[in-house]
Design a binder for this molecule. Structure first.
Ligand code: MN3
Length: 220
């Protein structure tokens, strides 16, 4: 766990930074507008990272006090670090999964792919998986995520939802697809039409990345 790793004295924190996107801000249009992509990355994600970096400095300062540290303050900081670390992890995955809808975005994996075959086995068809994914994600109240995950215990696929800061890795699953269903991810374009956003978002899912993640996970 991240916090345990930091308990060593003399730890230096390397500040987190937002990722370089492998696409331009307007490349996810018309599914996700350039406005949303820019705001989501430079306001929301950036602010989360800023909070995280600030907390890490506080954590290190407090930790350096050794036995004189205030345990309540220390615990409070640790919990907040866990929160922002989870938010950052989830958002980093989110940017990675997306692609231009006129290029890689939305191209489903071929019937011969291992991932597609497992989706067919566990959900009947890819269309059925998407329908179930959307229904489940629609049920997330407030901030959160919908996920397609691999369960390494069974080598089967599952659909999960989490709050904004909770990662599926904490539950022992490997994330294959994650969709941000917090309002900041769609409100400017879709207002309260979350179902429409979920219908459309599949046009910008980069299945090449999803397949790579799957192939790596299954071969480990
Ligand atoms: Mn978000």
């Amino acid at each position: 766990m991240i916090v345990k790793r930091l308990l060593k004295r003399g730890f230096k924190h390397v500040p987190l930074v937002i990722p370089d996107l492998p696409y331009d801000y307007d490349e996810l249009e018309p599914v996700i507008s350039a406005d949303i992509t820019r705001t989501h990355l430079h306001k929301h994600h950036q602010v989360f990272i800023g909070q995280y970096n600030e907390l890490m400095e506080k954590f290190i300062d407090e930790n350096e006090k050794g036995e004189n540290k205030d345990i309540n303050t220390f615990q409070h900081i640790s919990e907040k670090i866990r929160f922002y670390n989870g938010v950052h992890t989830n958002h980093s995955l989110w940017w990675e999964f997306l692609a231009n809808p006129n290029r890689e975005g939305g191209n489903l994996p071929g019937e011969e792919s291992g991932l597609r075959q497992l989706i067919n086995r566990d959900f009947g068809s890819i269309e059925n998986m998407i329908q179930k994914f959307n229904a489940k994600s629609l049920g997330v109240q407030g901030s959160g995520w919908g996920w397609l995950v691999l369960d390494p215990e069974t080598n089967g696929l599952k659909l999960e939802t989490t709050g904004e800061q909770n990662t599926v890795s904490d539950r022992g699953f490997i994330p294959l697809i994650g969709v941000d269903v917090w309002e900041h991810a769609y409100y400017l374009d879709y207002q309260n039409r979350k179902a429409e956003y979920l219908e459309n978002v599949w046009q910008v899912i980069n299945w090449n990345i999803v397949e790579d993640r799957f192939d790596t996970a299954i071969s480990n």
